[in-house]
Design a binder for this molecule. Sequence first.
Ligand SMILES: *Cc1c(COP(=O)(O)O)cnc(C)c1O
Length: 369
Amino acid sequence: MDKKLITVTSPLLPDLHDFHKVLQEIWDSKWITNNGSFHKQLEKELAAYLKVPYISLFTNGTLPLITALQALRITGEVITTPYSFVATTHSLWWNGIKPVFVDIDPTTGNIDPDKIEAAITSKTTAIMPVHVYGKPCDTKRIEEIADKYGLKVIYDAAHAFGVEVDGESILNAGDMSTLSFHATKVYNSIEGGALVMHDERTKKRIDYLKNFGFAGETEVVAPGINSKMDEMRSAYGLLNLKQVDAAIEARHQVAIKYREALRPIEGITFMEDMPGVRHNYSYFPIFIDAEKYGMTRDELYFKMKAENVLSRRYFYPLISEFTTYRGLESAKPENLPNAHKMADSVICLPMHHELSEEDVTRILGTIIR
Ligand SMILES: *Cc1c(COP(=O)(O)O)cnc(C)c1O
């Protein structure tokens, strides 16, 4: 008999009866989208929960990236990381911007600030880093470089929901930060996302841009997109916000068990918590040294799969390896040795709020030999 399938993630779902109650309210009001009361309430509660001054909701986590670039009038070249989900670089493509890939720091997986300056040209207008796996970038160093060269900084913070450094939200770094509320993320609204900004003027402009550029009934100020979150997803998001802390704590407990069991295993390394950081345990990447472990990353990945444990090789292949981008000078593997090494050795273990003690033991049993 096949063992129960363990998936890499499992969506945080609100109680169905609670959701049914809010659906009834929406049905009664007949207001199903366009800045309704649940939409407004979710923006308010998310801003408070995330400790950010202003937030604008979107239908997914990709359109806020595209819209932030448009709002800040970013052109030419943008420095970014190849070690991410493709949407990061795709957002540049959608704005006609040339991505310039910079290698990552081998310990955090985030863009290496020491390598940014060498990639700046007269066409560079911004930096788009990613807080990979929710691990905070070196935001201070990035800000220093951006200020020195007059560049904007847009953080893809899709993995960094609720992450804080010394009690301050990581989402307040840079000019703007984006979030994804996709089903696979720590916090989800089925599909959804948001843009975090520092001031009301910017929020107003973003709210125009996500609504076709409408600034009132008859005035259109820019070629905006349609990315308004509807009332069903907003109401669902409000319910999930109440249970996200418990979900993060459940993930934390899984991370503790993984670390304890994997620490003595030769050829396997993982990331530790960083001092002063409130982590969200969105992913649990491990890195395989084939020689020491006695098995390659792919061998282990397929062995786990054969035992009905689904892990993921995030982020393999690198974005710079996809056909759209691999012709770029900065996409050459020689330019990105650390990123290639990480992409070739990583496995993200199953990580979600519903993993039982038994599941964790079974997952570890596929790795520990
Ligand atoms: C999930 C993700 C996105 C895209 O979010 P969607 O909501 O799926 O559009 C962007 N960047 C990163 C790093 C992601 O992980």
